[in-house]
Every structure is written in structure tokens, then in C-alpha cells.
Ligand binder design. Structure first.
Ligand SMILES: Nc1ncnc2c1ncn2[C@@H]1O[C@H](COP(=O)(O)OP(=O)(O)OP(=O)(O)O)[C@@H](O)[C@H]1O
Length: 765
């Protein structure tokens, strides 16, 4: 190995870290100075907030990229070269010479795509491996086959760096793949932002990794728009979100909201669970229609008055609502009057709560006319004796009457989504077939994830009368715009935090933003990040939405997500063979057709980077019972070790699982020159957890699993999207056949391991 090359590279990397430290210090100073500014007046506060947000954003990006700051170099045929890293950096010289190219910059692309066949102008590609700030290895690939110069670091296996990454001990937290993105993945990561892109691929093909790197890429390429509108990433459960939560920060990106579908209705914590039947019924597209009917049914008409009631003291000729006006005595709201008011209110096309004032207005109008007839009637049969002023006064007295308010409330109540959905679930019989109604009936208990799309749909149908709040917000915004004009002058010299590669310009604020957009940015700086504000706002429109495990979402959940993304700029990743939830939709066309017709793109990933070939073949065989032609993705590695299948004596399951887990932990640890004990998971049906937890060291049953512990116990559904060095699957037949699971869940469970899989069944007996 050429020590000279290594030394030169180390010198360069040391220089990069020195520059990083300087930039960091500058950002820290800038944060401290800006925060310490004594401000008086709104303009000064806005200026300070803009500054603090800008500097803290830059500082957190700089803090996050310390590990593996620079990981590659490309040498061009013309003799020029670029170092590739997590962020772009320029030297502190008058020319701002580029030092490090951001991996997302177009200049960096050949690092990921060039091959001997298509070298893209490259002579050589170098992978730089470091530990902390020390360069530990170089791997060079020669792309110009005519080149005879050698560095002594030529890699004999082009996949050496990739295989080392794949074989590394797992930590319970997903790592980024920025050093080793493969060509098929790179094309998806950098696909255009607009439109819907579906990424399909079997287990371990990098769908999640690609989706996260795509988010980072889009935030880089469209920072202005996406920083303001934020990116939403939807994942199946909280454990999964915890598992992927560090990838984007390690790429210097924080403007992203991670959420499960059950977390997308602000103010509601969906802690309950549904039976599979209930979740399936609640997820059907037909529930949207059910909610429309439920709302319409709450816009009611007067029923016949009881015998003896009414003006003449006898049965009324038609149904009417009796209203005891505080001053004028009994008023009668006839069914016909109410119907007319209801028709007019409905014809506005407004949501229920917003149409309510229209209904109330008509009712007041009709009752005023009734009262005027009564009070102003000419005993000699002439015209009504009341003038317009008298009638206006009467209308006021009708409109402010508590009794009239109560009548309006009875016929057209103000509704909250929570009340509507709770009432519907308590009494679903009028809307659903008997079996379905039985499945969803619930009179109390916490909200469930499947309730959330119903609540959101209900919120759409009901609307909230927030006109006063909106008017106030708009007035405030106009103020900010006025002050932003002043700030733009002041920030003449400030730059966005693209201190990047040579492709991107160094943009001064005044070049790219006008006062209005600046005002919006100030609003963000004022309080929270766009992602935090988006989390609290049901009507937020995200700049881009990424859905992982997209095959799990119900039709109702899709309706919710589409509302959050009116531009339909979305990336959906999933694998229909891993669908567990009965509410999960059918084909992509069925899912997307109602929203975008056939205008969506499809990309497929075909290489499994996680699961060794032997384990993958075993898992695929499980599916072939049902689907004889099933072909899994091709594994990039093989270990030579087939999965271990053991049978426990009756009553000894826990002991056998514990023994397999202990062996799994050894397998996770052994033969690692770089150290690390790895992670092991026992995946078993939830009802076995108490018994198994008692036999597994340091493991608890119930609660959110802590994936950073060396050994965890998981339900098959909770294992979705995760990975471990070693996995023990307990009672596969139970997973395959239990009503709560199915063969897809067993397939998911068996494809989580990077090294070792054991399957433990109880002997029949
Ligand atoms: N190019 C790559 N370089 C290094 N590691 C990679 C690469 N692509 C994928 N991996 C690794 O492969 C593993 C599987 O990736 P990921 O979880 O994204 O797959 P997936 O398709 O979402 O799987 P599943 O559908 O089973 O959840 C992860 O450890 C990921 O880091």
C-alpha cells in the first residue's frame, strides 16, 4: 500500500476538518451574536429571528456531518479532480475555491454512475474510508483501462466498500448509504421532483434508504421551496421512525417531518388498536360516503309536534318546531321553512359548519316574517302595518334569541370531527352492513390509527369557521411584508447556506427572495421550523411527501395524504408481497388512479442488500405455497449458512427460543474485525411475548421496543422495515395462520436478518 497516497489524502482531509471547524466556530459566533442582540420594535426582532434561524440551521448542518465528512474522490481524464463529501465547502480564499463537493451536486454524479463501460470522463474513482478524522483506507477503481499508472490502492473487487458496509454490525439505527449509493438507486434519488414516483422492490433492496436520500437530494436541489413547505415522511410505526430518524440529520438535513399515518391529525393521539376487521372496514373508500351521509343526517327537519301542542292547541297540519321566544312567545318553525333553509344552505356547497350561518340566516328570515305577519297584521285586511325599520328590529330580536339559537343548533348543530366520528362508531348500524357495523362499534376508548383518516375526512366535511383567525393572520402577514422590505436591504450580504460546489451559485438573499416570500420565512423564523408548524396544522400542504411501506395504507389513509400534498409531488415506496394490513389497497393503479389517473412513474429495485441468499431463498419458499412462481430479489451476498430450523419439546418453547437467541447473539458478534456486538431480534406473535420475555435476558414484554438494545422482542407487524444482524422467528405456523397475521408477515419476519436466521416451532403435542 502506498503510504504516500494515504498521507496526501490525510493531509487533504485534515484541511477539510480545519475548514469545517472554522465554519462551525463562525456559525456558533453568529448564533451567539445574533441572539445577544438587544432588540426594540418588530423590525429588529424579525431581523434577529431571521439571523438566528439561518445561523442555527447552518450550525446544525455542520455539526451533523463530522463522521465521514469526505468519502470519495473522482479524477477526471483532463487531470482535474474533486473530493466528494456530505456537504459542499469552499476555501477561505478570494476565489472561494471549492474544496469539497456535496454528494448531491451534479458534479458528484459520476462518482455513483461511472463504470468501465461508461466512464463519464473519469480516469479513477476513489473511496476514502476514515475513522473519526483519520483516513484508514483507500480503494481505487480504474475506469480508464488504458491508464497504466497505479497508486497501490487499486481495489480488486469493485464491491469491496459496499460489501464492507453491508457486513458491518447493526446498531439499531439505520445508517446512511451516501458512500455506496448504487447506480439504480442514484437514478431514483435524483428523479425529478414533480409527479408521483412509485418505487417498488423486495425486502432489503434499499427502498427506505433510497427514499431518505431522495428527501435529502430534493431538499438540496429545491431548498427554497421545500424549506418553506417541508417534506413529510410517513412510516408504518413509531419504532420504524426511530430506526430511520438519524439518517437525514447525518446528511445535514432537518427540515423533515417524520410521522406514522396515525399521527397526522393534530391533537389526536391514536393509542388504541383495532381488530383487523375493524381496521379493514374503517379503511374502505366507501367510508367517505358514509361520513357524507352521517353529516347530512345531522342536518335535520322538524318532526310532528306532540298532540295538543301548537298555536291552536291541536295537532298541527304539518310538523313544526315550537320556539319559545323570550319576548314574543311561541314561534313555529315549520318543516317546509326549515327545508327551504336547509336547501339554500346546502346549495352553497360549503362544509357543514361553514354552511351553518346560511341556514341560520334563512331560519331567522322565515321566523321574522312569521312574527311580522302576526304583529303587523291589519285587522281590516290591508297591508302589513310594520315598516322596514320595524322589521329590521324584529329580525335582530329573532337573531339574538337564545331559543332560536337552540332551534338552529337542534336542526343544524355545530359539529367537531371528534363528535361526528365518535357518534358514528357508537351507532354505525344505519350506515353499514350488520357484520361491518358490529366490527367497528365502539362507545368509548382511545382513538386508533384507522380512526385518524376518518377524523380528517370529517374535518374536511365539517370545516372550521376560522375566518376571524385568518383575517388576523393575514393582517399580521402584511405587517411582516412591510418590515421584510427593510430586512432585505440589510441582508444584502448574507448568503443561503449553500456554501457549496462550483455548480451552485453563492446566492445572496436579495437575489432570490422578494419581500413577500421573505415575510413567510420570517414567520418560520419567528416561532418554529416549517416541519414543526406543519405537524400542528391539519391543512398544511407539504412540498413533497414520501410514504414508506406504502402498500399498507388504506384507501381512506390515501385520501388524507393526498389532501396533504395538493401538488402530488410524492415518492411512494413499498412491496406488495409484504402487505400485512388487511386494509392495504390493491395495485398502484387502483391506489393512484383516482388522484392522478395514469400519470405516475414506476421504478423497481432488484438487488437485495440486506438478506444473504440462503435466508432469502428460505423466505421465498414460504411464499411459494401461495404463489408458486414467486421470485425474490437477488441477494448481493451469501454466507454459506442456511437458516436453522428447530423444534421445541411441548412446553419448552421459551427455552428453545432463548437458546437460539444466544446463538444469534454470538453470530452477530463473531468474526468482526471492527468490533461491535450487533443486534438480535426475536420475532414472535404478541401473545407469546410475556412467556418469551421471561426467558430472554434484559427483555421486557409490551411497550415501545428499544431497538438500540442488543436483544429485542418484536411482534411480526412491528418488525416491518427493520433489520438486525440475527433474527429468531418463533412459531412460524402461528404467524402464518393466526387471524392477526398471515404469510406476508412471516415473510417479513424472515427477511430482517443480515447474518443469521433461526426458526423455532413447538412440536405438535
Ligand atoms: N447502496 C447501498 N449501500 C450500502 N448499504 C445499502 C445500500 N442499499 C441498501 N443498503 C442497506 O441495505 C439494507 C436494507 O435497506 P432498506 O431497509 O432501505 O431496504 P428496504 O427495501 O426498505 O427493505 P424492506 O422492504 O425489507 O423494509 C439497509 O441496511 C441499507 O442500509
Amino acid at each position: 500500500m502506498s503510504t504516500e497516497e494515504l498521507r496526501d489524502e490525510q493531509q487533504f482531509v485534515t484541511r477539510l476538518y480545519e475548514r469545517l471547524d472554522t465554519l462551525r466556530e463562525q456559525a456558533e459566533d453568529a448564533v451567539a451574536t445574533t441572539m445577544g442582540q438587544v432588540t426594540t420594535g418588530l423590525q429588529a426582532r424579525v431581523e434577529r429571528d431571521v439571523g438566528v434561524a439561518e445561523h442555527t440551521g447552518r450550525l446544525s448542518a455542520l455539526n451533523a456531518v463530522d463522521t465521514g465528512l469526505c468519502f470519495g474522490r473522482i479524477d477526471h481524464l483532463d487531470g482535474s479532480r474533486h473530493h466528494i463529501g456530505r456537504i459542499g465547502m469552499r476555501a477561505d480564499d478570494p476565489q472561494h475555491t471549492p474544496l469539497l463537493v456535496d454528494w448531491r451536486a451534479p458534479v458528484a454524479r459520476p462518482f455513483y454512475l461511472a463504470t468501465g463501460h461508461e466512464p463519464m470522463g473519469l480516469r479513477r474513482r476513489r473511496h476514502i474510508t476514515s475513522r473519526d478524522r483519520t483516513v484508514t483506507a483507500l480503494h481505487d477503481e480504474l475506469l480508464d483501462l488504458a491508464d497504466t499508472t497505479r497508486t497501490g490502492h487499486e481495489s480488486h473487487d469493485a464491491d469491496e466498500v459496499l460489501l464492507a458496509a453491508l457486513g458491518a454490525a447493526r446498531t439499531g439505527r439505520m445508517a446512511d448509504i451516501v458512500r455506496t449509493i448504487q447506480a439504480e438507486q442514484d437514478r431514483i434519488i435524483r428523479a425529478p421532483r414533480h409527479g408521483v414516483l412509485v418505487v417498488e422492490g423486495g425486502p432489503g433492496t434499499g427502498k427506505t434508504a433510497v427514499a431518505l436520500h431522495r428527501a435529502a437530494y430534493l431538499l438540496y436541489a429545491h431548498r427554497e421551496q421545500l424549506a418553506r413547505r417541508a417534506v413529510l415522511i410517513v412510516g408504518p410505526n413509531p419504532a420504524f421512525l426511530g430506526y430511520i430518524g438519524e439518517v437525514l440529520p447525518s446528511l445535514g438535513e432537518t427540515g423533515v417531518l417524520l410521522a406514522t399515518p396515525g399521527e397526522l391529525f393534530p391533537g389526536v393521539h391514536a393509542t388504541g388498536t383495532d381488530t383487523p376487521e375493524a381496521a379493514e372496514v374503517k379503511g374502505r373508500a366507501a367510508m367517505a360516503e358514509v361520513l357524507v351521509r352521517a353529516v347530512a343526517d345531522r342536518q335535520s327537519l322538524p318532526e310532528a309536534l306532540p298532540e295538543g301542542a301548537g298555536e291552536e292547541g291541536g295537532t298541527l297540519p304539518e310538523p313544526a318546531l315550537e320556539i319559545d321566544h323570550e319576548e314574543y312567545g311561541t314561534l313555529l318553525l315549520h318543516r317546509e321553512m326549515a327545508q327551504e333553509a336547509r336547501d339554500r344552505a346546502r346549495s352553497t356547497g360549503l362544509p357543514h359548519n361553514l354552511a351553518r350561518p346560511h341556514f341560520a340566516f334563512r331560519v331567522v328570515d322565515a321566523l321574522t316574517a312569521q312574527l311580522a305577519d302576526r304583529l303587523g297584521a291589519d285587522p281590516y285586511g290591508g297591508e302589513n302595518l310594520l315598516g322596514p325599520d320595524d322589521i329590521a328590529q324584529l329580525a335582530k330580536e329573532v337573531a339574538t334569541s337564545a331559543a332560536v339559537h337552540a332551534a338552529v343548533e337542534e336542526l343544524w348543530p355545530e359539529l367537531t370531527p371528534q363528535r361526528l366520528v365518535a357518534d358514528l362508531l357508537a351507532d354505525p348500524a344505519p350506515y353499514l352492513a350488520p357484520g361491518d357495523a358490529e366490527a367497528v362499534r365502539r362507545t368509548d376508548g382511545p382513538w386508533t390509527p384507522a380512526d385518524v383518516p376518518l377524523l380528517d375526512e370529517a374535518a374536511e366535511l365539517l370545516g372550521a369557521d376560522d375566518s376571524a383567525a385568518r383575517a388576523a393572520a393575514e393582517a399580521e402577514r402584511q405587517d411582516r411584508i412591510a418590515y421584510a422590505r427593510g430586512v432585505l436591504e440589510l441582508s444584502h450580504g448574507s448568503q443561503t447556506y449553500e456554501f457549496e460546489d462550483e455548480e451552485s451559485e453563492v446566492l445572496a438573499a436579495h437575489d432570490v427572495i422578494d419581500a413577500e416570500r421573505m415575510a413567510d420565512r420570517h414567520e418560520e423564523a419567528d416561532h418554529r421550523s416549517a416541519a414543526a408548524r406543519a405537524a400542528a396544522d391539519r391543512t398544511w400542504a407539504f412540498g413533497h411527501v414520501i410514504v414508506d411501506e406504502a402498500q399498507e395504507l388504506s384507501a381512506m389513509a390515501w385520501r388524507l395524504l393526498m389532501r396533504r400534498c395538493p401538488t402530488r409531488s410524492m415518492t411512494l415506496v413499498g412491496d406488495p408481497a409484504q402487505t400485512g394490513d388487511a386494509a392495504g389497497c390493491g395495485t398502484w393503479q387502483e391506489i393512484l388512479g383516482p388522484y392522478v389517473g395514469d400519470r405516475w412513474q414506476h421504478a423497481r429495485l432488484g438487488v437485495n442488500y440486506r438478506t444473504p441468499a440462503e435466508i432469502m431463498e428460505f423466505a421465498a419458499e414460504l411464499r411459494r405455497d401461495r404463489d408458486p412462481g414467486f421470485e425474490p430479489p437477488r441477494s448481493v451476498r451469501s454466507t454459506g449458512a442456511p437458516p436453522r430450523e428447530t423444534t421445541a419439546e411441548p412446553g419448552r418453547l421459551a427455552g428453545a427460543v432463548a437458546a437460539a437467541a444466544a446463538e444469534g447473539r454470538r453470530a452477530a458478534r463473531d468474526g468482526r474485525p471492527e468490533g461491535g456486538e450487533g443486534r438480535t431480534a426475536v420475532i414472535a406473535p404478541a401473545r407469546l411475548h410475556p412467556e418469551l420475555a421471561a426467558a430472554l435476558p434484559g427483555v421486557r414484554a409490551g411497550g415501545e421496543p428499544d431497538l438500540t438494545r442488543p436483544l429485542v422482542l418484536l411482534d411480526p407487524r412491528a418488525a416491518k422495515g427493520l433489520e438486525f444482524d440475527s433474527v429468531v422467528v418463533a412459531e412460524p405456523d402461528l404467524i402464518r395462520s393466526a387471524s392477526a397475521y398471515g404469510v406476508n408477515d412471516l415473510y417479513v419476519a424472515c427477511t430482517r436478518a443480515t447474518r443469521y436466521l433461526a426458526v423455532v416451532s413447538s412440536a405438535a403435542g
